[in-house]
Design a binder for this molecule. Structure first.
Ligand code: PRT
Ligand code: MG
Length: 215
């Protein structure tokens, strides 16, 4: 196969990526939000898109089932990045990884007293590193979504989750108490594909990089 396959997730990553793809001369022939197709043809015979779960993008690229992909820094850290070349911060799907607690919870004094907190999150690796660096002992509880619910029903004292507008925290009587890192989506490329398909991948990389500077 001489063409290239790009792995994307639906939702905000796809929405923010479509203009970048367009700048690189790639237009999907179907809309992933309405189509049930998992492989989307584009206007270019040598480029196709595959639609996968956000957290699965690095895995497809790592194993070469996709030559390149777009994934959030949050997802890349949890994956570990093995076999992935990460040449470009796309500055899209921006948000912040935060620690949040219930409005009534005094996080500062719990930390000062060395309390052992229960923390619910989808981001075990990120959370483990963060609290270890602070010298805090925490019990991590793995969830797959809707972390904001955990402190409301007594599952956890705190959560580690992504925040963009802050509306979800506010609607659930939670407050952000610590920022762990800022997050945006990155271009990832399979290291072998970069060498073998450089003639197709390099111009796309350059077009993406020029488009990002104009955003
Ligand atoms: O939805 P699915 O379960 O398939 O997977 P996913 O939730 O991982 O994917 P998706 O498409 O929701 O997110 C893809 C990527 O977008 C993430 O990996 C992040 O890099 C990035 N991103 C940017 C976000 C947000 N902003 C964001 N706000 N991902 C999730 N959120 C969630 C957050 O978890 C919280 O529940 O939105 C809620 C908070 O938003 P505000 O605006 O209320 O603060
Ligand atoms: Mg989601």
């Amino acid at each position: 196969m001489t063409g290239i396959t790009i792995a994307l997730s639906k939702g905000r990553i796809f929405d923010d990526t479509a203009p970048l793809l367009k700048a690189a001369g790639v237009i999907a022939l179907d809309n992933p939000e309405t189509s049930r197709k998992l492989i989307l043809a584009t206007n270019r015979a040598d480029v196709r898109l595959i639609i996968v779960r956000a957290a699965d993008v690095p895995t497809y690229v790592q194993y070469g089932a996709a030559d390149m992909g777009i994934a959030g820094k949050d997802v890349l850290i949890e994956h570990g990045g093995t076999g992935l070349y990460q040449p470009l911060n796309l500055n899209i799907a921006c948000c912040r990884m935060m620690v949040a607690v219930h409005d009534d919870f005094d996080y500062e004094s719990a930390v000062r007293q060395g309390a052992r907190l229960r923390v619910a999150t989808k981001y075990l690796h990120t959370a483990r590193e963060h609290f270890a660096a602070k010298g805090m002992h925490v019990d991590l509880i793995k969830l797959y979504g809707s972390m904001e619910l955990a402190p409301l029903v007594g599952l956890a004292d705190a959560i580690v989750d992504l925040v963009s507008s802050g509306d979800t925290l506010r609607a659930n009587h939670l407050k952000a108490v610590e920022e762990i890192m800022s997050v945006s989506a990155r271009l990832v490329i399979n290291q072998a594909a970069l060498k073998l398909k450089r003639h197709t991948i390099q111009p796309m990389l350059e077009a993406f990089s020029a488009a990002v500077k104009q955003l």
